[in-house]
Write a protein that binds this ligand. Sequence first.
Ligand code: COA
Ligand code: NAP
Length: 269
Amino acid sequence: MSNVSFDFTGANVFVAGGTSGINLGIAMGFVLAGAQVGVLSRNPDKVAAAAQLLTDTGGRPASGYVADVRDPAAVSAAIAAFAAETGPVDCLVSGAAGNFRALAADLSPNGFRTVIDIDLNGTFHVMKAAYPHLRRPGASVINISAPQAGLATETQVHACAAKAGVDQVTRTLALEWGPEGIRVNSISPGFIAGTEGLARLGPDGDEQKVAAKLSRVIALRRLGEVADIADTAMFLASNAARYVSGVVLTVDGGAGMTGMARAMFASEG
Ligand code: COA
Ligand code: NAP
């Protein structure tokens, strides 16, 4: 974790897809800052392990919910249960996603649909399920986007379409929910070390080689860390960002501004 300090004591934070990687890091950040946190994902073992880790870290119970974001009723039940337990939701993070590399020519209709269903439709289901429980005014929603939303990327037609859709959901619901005092933003992480996303999509090789290769196209010359994204999420949820809404905030060390993020995805494809 970083040395940046936020105070979310008394805040209720729900993280969909919060049982591993970047989203778990975000959940950890909020727990360390004093929030009451709930996480949701499909795998019961991952859910239990994440809830235990968050509970041990924060010294107060964190809640875990088993649900698939493709199932609106299950997501609604989980978020309703969290809100019944803790009170109105101050921050909702929607970051569940699935990805793999496949050229469009090799991608089945179900493969395309699966990623759209998880990333795009899932984001909508999570937001809609949380909507009745969001604190008004003051709630903040943070969706997790990706560079593919704005960069044509070989082997990523499913994720490109899904994450571009996520960005438009972010902007549209920022517009619709703004009058109620709900801010909606999204974070587009760059190459984040130690994550499933980087392992699946990045160049082959051990982490050091991958870091060396990718750092060449990153202005800050290092991979991102999960804590870089967690701190950004806490900034967006904090009062410091009270006039920030409808924004897709790129947090990539300056990799995407040149379009060089493409170097990662195109490298082996
Ligand atoms: N290449 C091409 N198609 C693939 C594929 C690959 N590597 N992996 C899965 N698919 C296709 C499957 O063949 C299937 O299509 P079909 O029925 O026409 O054969 C379809 O995608 C669904 O696969 P399935 O395994 O049933 O989906 P699932 O719902 O169990 O899992 C995934 C979803 C495929 C996205 C899975 O990788 C996952 O759960 N990922 C979560 C973790 C992750 O991706 N993290 C990184 C986030 S950036
Ligand atoms: P990850 O560890 O695989 O995280 C994905 C999370 O979503 C897991 O908790 C997973 O848990 C859950 N999930 C997946 N499918 C789900 C479903 N259908 N329903 C409910 N939960 C589901 O991946 P990550 O690399 O940290 O990525 C996290 C987010 O950051 C994603 O939105 C990704 O697109 C984005 N991102 C990542 C990078 C990167 O460098 N890693 C870069 C840009 C953007 P279960 O398996 O238990 O369901």
